[in-house]
Design a protein around this ligand. Sequence first.
Ligand SMILES: O=P(O)(O)OC[C@H]1O[C@H](OP(=O)(O)OP(=O)(O)O)[C@H](O)[C@@H]1O
Ligand SMILES: Nc1nc2[nH]cnc2c(=O)[nH]1
Ligand SMILES: [Mg+2]
Length: 172
Amino acid sequence: MADNNYEPSAEAKAGRPFPVSWDQFHRDCRALTWRLNEVGPFHAVIAITRGGLVPAAIVARELGLRVIDTVCVASYDHDKQSDLQVLKGVSPDVAKLGGGTGKGLLIVDDLVDTGTTGRLVRQMLPDAHFATVYAKPKGKPLVDTFITEVSQDTWIHFPWDTALSFQPPIRP
Ligand SMILES: O=P(O)(O)OC[C@H]1O[C@H](OP(=O)(O)OP(=O)(O)O)[C@H](O)[C@@H]1O
Ligand SMILES: Nc1nc2[nH]cnc2c(=O)[nH]1
Ligand SMILES: [Mg+2]
């Protein structure tokens, strides 16, 4: 029987796949850190889980930062966007370091897409610096620093979501 409730996933709607290798991701995170180094210094890094954990670790290593916090949010169930849920906010110690408004704090995420997640963290910490590795046009205005812009119809495949697999040759 036909499923009349079928709703295409965000990935299917985006259409254009953009696979990123570990190597490429590491290089892009380093490039991001070179830019952030011009903006800092920062008291602490706040990773937006889960995707922000990997770039936050690399950025923190490069900037010599050892105070790392998380804001835990969920907005996509695999690739279907649902209501944004805040599962954990900023820890009181780190909020204090940022004077309550986030001044001197660095928020890191892997990407901005529609900007829903970015908007929420900006509301929580309006004076923090918000950095992402990748940015799509709708979310770009929310980010202070990013490295690579991709089109809105691109779906980024991160190395922790993918695995090497056989590809048949183009000409059989
Ligand atoms: O700009 P938006 O449209 O809000 O999309 C961007 C957010 O979506 C992804 O997170 P997701 O909620 O899928 O969770 P994850 O980080 O745990 O993979 C990504 O890591 C960003 O945080
Ligand atoms: N992996 C992945 N997650 C997302 N969440 C919102 N947009 C994207 C995207 O392009 N790739
Ligand atoms: Mg995320």
